[in-house]
Design a protein around this ligand. Structure first.
Ligand code: CYC
Length: 162
């Protein structure tokens, strides 16, 4: 698990160098965005249940067959697994937004996920769609300057599953 600070320090420590202007600039940008990052994750934490509810409602409206016999989210056990997965995506997205780094997504969410989904018949296309719906729902409720911070982890998960 990395963030901008330990990523920068690790690389300068490896070179045995003091932080140069390039590193300082990078850190300054990160520190300046810290309050915004905190505001975003505070908002998402408070709205998490609603965000997941809206995401699943939109997803299953588009992919209604998933809820019917033979669909991957059919039976309450599998429906619950799907809602739980959406919650994982949202929670880890907030961690990644705070760190400004996607490595936690690789470590905790994405490693082996495609293989697991394929072996259980969880449709990856619908999962990617769910991530993009979730991203849109969060984006429309945050400020203009928060848009990139919000989109980064969702785009990262979407790319990794594509
Ligand atoms: C299952 N989702 C799973 C499983 C894992 C994950 C490991 C198999 C084990 C289990 O059922 O718990 C995902 N587990 C994770 C992730 C983490 C983790 C991401 C990181 C913290 O620990 N089905 C659909 C929808 C989609 C869906 C498109 C919701 C977006 O049709 C999800 N995931 C889904 C379903 C299952 C599942 C239905 C159960 C499949 C089954 O058992 O047949």
């Amino acid at each position: 698990m990395k963030d901008t600070i330990n990523k920068t320090l690790e690389s300068y420590d490896l070179k045995g160098k003091y932080l140069d202007i390039e590193a300082i600039n990078k850190l300054e940008i990160y520190f300046k965005s810290a309050n915004l990052r905190i505001d975003i994750i505070k908002f998402i934490n408070e709205q998490a249940v609603l965000i997941i509810k809206e995401t699943s409602a939109e997803l299953f409206e588009e992919y209604i067959d998933l809820l019917r016999p033979g669909g991957n989210a059919y039976t309450t056990r599998r429906y619950a697994a799907c809602i739980r997965d959406l919650d994982y995506y949202l929670r880890y997205a907030t961690y990644s937004m705070l760190a400004d780094d996607p490595s936690i997504l690789d470590e905790r969410v994405l490693n082996g996920l495609k293989e697991t989904y394929n072996s259980l018949g969880v449709p990856i296309g619908a999962t990617i769609r769910a991530l993009s719906i979730m991203k849109k729902i969060v984006q429309k409720q945050v400020s203009q300057e928060a848009q990139n911070i919000v989109s980064l982890p969702f785009d990262y998960m979407i790319n990794s599953l594509s």
